[in-house]
Design a protein around this ligand. Sequence first.
Ligand code: GLY
Length: 409
Amino acid sequence: MDDGAVKLNAYIFETTYKPMKHVYLILCFLSTGLFAQKIDVNKQFALAGQQYQRMLADHPDTSTTVHSARPDGTYRNLPSGWWCSGFFPGSLWFLYEKTKDPQWEKAARLWTAAVKKEQFNTGTHDLGFMMFDSFGNQLRLTKDPQAKQVLIQSAKSLATRFDPKVGLIKSWNSFKGGFKYPVIIDNMMNLELLFWASRETGDKRFHDIAITHAENTIKNHFRPDYSSYHVILYDEEGKVLAKKQHQGYQDESTWTRGHAWAIYGFTTMYRETKNKKYLDFAQKIADYYLNHPNLPADKIPYWDFYAPNIPNEERDASAGAITASALFELSTYSGAKGKRYYQDAVTMLSSLSSPAYRASLGENNNFLIKHCVGAKSLNSEIDVPLVYADYYYLEGLLRYEALNKKAKN
Ligand code: GLY
């Protein structure tokens, strides 16, 4: 090699490989850090127990359900007919599942009973949220036959909202602009109750309603890039009249919690049917979310992927908790792709477990997770705790723990 070539090689090494070596080392360090992320589930549950003991002490009366807090520091409790009434009892059931401590079973039964009358509620599509997260967890953990009867009645009430001409469960009874058949993406979360009821009763109608609803949701609720609309407005024959946002920023943006419901809902569709079409769809919409350029490094999204002032917009930690829990399940069905879903779910759960989102004892009105958004578009519940963020956070911790135990065995 002549002197010029040596100099050239030295130059190439100095300018290209040496800096790249640093980049490589930094990447190794980061990825080692990432893979070494460990969430202390026992510690998080111990803290959750202490917080929820305080929450119970602050709520001696079950006539309204634990929901959120107001900016003035007072609790915002709502009636059992509100879509969120199953989440607090559900979280108490998760505490019981983890600890087997009878105090949590007692509290969970009490708060679950407070939702019982909603089994007859035909005025809402949210019976999956309300009844399956409360009575569904009670049944799963205690095999209580009374819970089974409540859930069968709840499925019957939910099925009254399905019109075969439209091919979807009606979400809300009306929508601004005189629309009479609104269907929201969140509705995907109520189908699990129908699959369960179909198996339990042998009545295939529940199963068929869930499938038809999901098929029409795939057809109408998504754009070609797998982003989602919040509200689809149908006429009485099932024709799409309009596609709108309600809790998101704009009709053509993507409300992140709505998209989280979709990831969770289609993952459940695959679990319940084993139809690969739903797995493929769940992966495509999960990829849209995870690859979005506006998803921050800690993987807790802004309240809308196109909120107008990103990065100066509120995060919605509830969307992060729902997505993390869904991705843990999706990872188990996804072969080699599953590693990425698992790792991203761990990043989300680690973020939620950090002081940036995880309340310390006595903070945040005793809710576990800070920084959620109910509906910024409606100027409602901005940067507050929300009971469903706590629910999916605890579910995510349990799923993470179960997956790690399985990997060790
Ligand atoms: N299901 C209503 C919401 O996610 O805010």
